[in-house]
Design a protein around this ligand. Sequence first.
Ligand SMILES: [Zn+2]
Length: 410
Amino acid sequence: MATLLTNCTVLDGTGAPARPAAALLVEGERIVAVGAASEIQVGAGVDVVDLGGATVVPGLCNLHVHLGLTHPGALSYSDETVPQLTLRMAANARAALEAGVTTLRLLGEAAGADFALREAIGQGKLRGPRIFTAGYAIGCTGGHGWDGGRVLEADGPAEFRRAARSQIKLGADWVKVMLTGGLAGRHEQPDTSQLSPDELRAVIEVAHAWGRRVTAHTGSAEATRQAIEAGLDCVEHGYQLTDSLIALMVERGVWYVPTIVVTRSVEHIASLGVPDWMIARVERMAEAHTRALEAAVAAGVRIAAGTDMLPAEPFEGTVASVAELEHYVRAGMTPLRALQAGTRDAAELLGVGSELGTLEPGKLADLVALDGDPSREIAALRGVRFVMKGGETVRDDARSGAAADRGRAF
Ligand SMILES: [Zn+2]
């Protein structure tokens, strides 16, 4: 099965300028040609899709997601059964894909539902993004996220080793640790450390020995520095990043996934029915989080996009995955660099840069089409109207009409 996307501009995500009057030929699950429409010849039997002048860009990646997201308070889902959780995750995955997010990294899910979902999507039984997952996150007793049901509690290096191995046994692509408190924990603060050095060393050693990389939920500059010195590969949130820590991240090539949207809106957090202490926490961390992102952008830290909100969650008039990239531009990125943080650079973080992240012959055909040019105006990503994953068209508003509830999260 071959598809020719035509009457479009291609912004391939490599950094090359947008190419107008272009076409893109897909055979099976891969891109086989990208170029001037006049130069791409196709035979009979090719499905020709006229994109009506849209711009084609790589499918978006969101590298900090919990498909089974819960919050303290109204959205705690405390009575949810595993079958209910699994179906909710599948629906959230599908909503993400339809919003243009073709790849997810899950950093804390429960009951093995993420592994089952990854497999079902991979086998084509369900529609959803490509999934990379850490399984359960690993934290200490009472540590960040313990009450959300998506964290394995461990104490001492032996238990941290066992916890990491137990998730790798199930098929974890990454290992996620809870290094410090966060926004959503009653008895903690985002800038205080929760793991002891021997626990941290043990979990990183095990993951690396098995060829997995480790990422950490962290809000403390000192805890992050110690973790990087112990071999940490990636920093989530980074509510507090000092200049010397940023310099260390650049020197070691450590990745940063900001999830900046989580501290952007007190009103949004309040609308989720969370307790007052969590609202106050968001308010308290917002400014430091802004400064951390701005400094990381200015220093050239390797940044990939992640939201810690549902990828298609309605936020600031768009979906969280797009709002996150818009905030990267406000923090100093060019629109092209912000787009790459959600495409090429994210694929590189995942170690699949040769397969995903840009629109080049040989790569998997994960792409979206929209009006406008996001390398000039990042908000153009709000207008996604066509989504293809692995050569399969999963959304085409011109052919099917825009569904009113598309992209809805719940
Ligand atoms: Zn998270």
